[in-house]
Ligand binder design. Sequence first.
Ligand SMILES: *[C@@H]1O[C@H](CO)[C@@H](O)[C@H](O)[C@H]1NC(C)=O
Ligand SMILES: *[C@@H]1O[C@H](CO)[C@@H](O)[C@H](O)[C@H]1NC(C)=O
Ligand SMILES: *[C@@H]1O[C@H](CO)[C@@H](O)[C@H](O)[C@H]1NC(C)=O
Ligand SMILES: *[C@@H]1O[C@H](CO)[C@@H](O)[C@H](O)[C@H]1NC(C)=O
Ligand SMILES: *[C@@H]1O[C@H](CO)[C@@H](O)[C@H](O)[C@H]1NC(C)=O
Ligand SMILES: *[C@@H]1O[C@H](CO)[C@@H](O)[C@H](O)[C@H]1NC(C)=O
Length: 372
Amino acid sequence: MASWGGALVFVVLCFTVELATQGTAEPLLPAVFVFGDSMVDVGNNNFIEKCNISCKANYPHFGVDYPGHAPTGRFSNGYNMADRLAQLLQFDESPPPFLSLSNASLATRMSTGINFASGGSGLLDATGNGRVCTQVISLTEQVGSFKKLARMWGHADLISRSLILINTGNNDLFECTDFPDHNCHRNDTEFLQGLVASYTRFLKDLYGAGAKKFSVVSPSLLGCCPSQRLIAHDPKNPRDVDEHGCFAAANDLSRRLYPMIASMLQDLSLELPGMNYSLVDSIKMVEWLFNNTATPSYNFTVLDSACCGGGPFGAYYGCDSSAPLCRDRSNHLFWDDYHPTDAATGVAAKLMFGDTTGLFVHPINVKQLVQL
Ligand SMILES: *[C@@H]1O[C@H](CO)[C@@H](O)[C@H](O)[C@H]1NC(C)=O
Ligand SMILES: *[C@@H]1O[C@H](CO)[C@@H](O)[C@H](O)[C@H]1NC(C)=O
Ligand SMILES: *[C@@H]1O[C@H](CO)[C@@H](O)[C@H](O)[C@H]1NC(C)=O
Ligand SMILES: *[C@@H]1O[C@H](CO)[C@@H](O)[C@H](O)[C@H]1NC(C)=O
Ligand SMILES: *[C@@H]1O[C@H](CO)[C@@H](O)[C@H](O)[C@H]1NC(C)=O
Ligand SMILES: *[C@@H]1O[C@H](CO)[C@@H](O)[C@H](O)[C@H]1NC(C)=O
């Protein structure tokens, strides 16, 4: 497959170019507004008293590779996807968490960006707000806060030129596969259709508040997370695994959801004048990483186990200050039982931003989206 080899060389070249330009210029757009779950939360959950400790990340070893080794609420050893994408857009890192901002600063932050994301949340209001985290900020509330701020202090032109980054849907699928009594099991097709219907509503609400440019991250191969491998390989109740040793039922849901999100976005962009988007095929990206674990710019040797955590797959005991911590975070795909390392996130962000092979982002990449 010569053309595939050509594509790889091109991707690697793109990495080098983007790395070289990072941090030297003005931001490529006025503001970034972030919505979703723990893939992009930068500390909102710290402010929710009733949120379970396992749905917070403001204690060691989280943040061990963040500046000052500071645990900030990011579910990562270092930066997360909101940070890594923001950096490619020439910001220092993600905009700050909404709940950390005073009323007085909200007006100015509406012109530079705010992160509304909350770990544990999903497309459904019930996701996270029940047995897993007790209390999180649902997507409905995240979008509601943005709409209110846009009404009070928004500049329509500025919002229309800003980027909306959304990474959600993961926890809806996790809760479905992890709980045999979840109502998704009555009819999983209808469950997935319900998720897409919610997604459509949120995107229309954001558009109604003036947003025009959407970077959408689809749920990845969730069955390959250490937590899901642990479930699938439980000796007392083994489940079907796929060719990568991942929990097949979870990956099956991810694989079915992706094309539904893709066609929903395509329909929306035809319906809503001036709306543009860049959709990441996170499934393709992970498959590609499994096929290409080492390149000149990275080297992943541990694909199945968490860096921080104990027991099988490093997923039996969660990540905290007493958990085992791997020495080399740059060769692990997974930081903890659910989340990628900063190193893996950095690879994903670079593809989102600059991939021009057409394999990972559709119909355009984030760089092209912000330049429209
Ligand atoms: C901030 O604004 C909200 C609603 O706009 C209000 O409920 C809250 O009391 C305000 N907080 C402070 C500290 O002024
Ligand atoms: C979260 O809190 C609820 C009680 O509000 C508890 O039942 C549940 O076990 C907790 N989950 C975790 C993972 O700690
Ligand atoms: C599940 O729902 C879909 C869509 O409504 C329907 O076509 C299908 O027959 C249902 N499947 C079952 C097993 O009921
Ligand atoms: C941007 O969106 C408009 C419709 O809203 C569409 O006509 C145009 O082709 C899109 N541009 C790109 C590059 O996808
Ligand atoms: C990964 O490798 C498998 C087996 O060679 C191949 O079927 C698949 O298309 C590859 N996927 C990607 C995204 O590279
Ligand atoms: C990747 O890691 C292996 C094992 O640690 C090492 O032998 C190899 O030199 C590394 N390659 C790169 C490109 O860093």
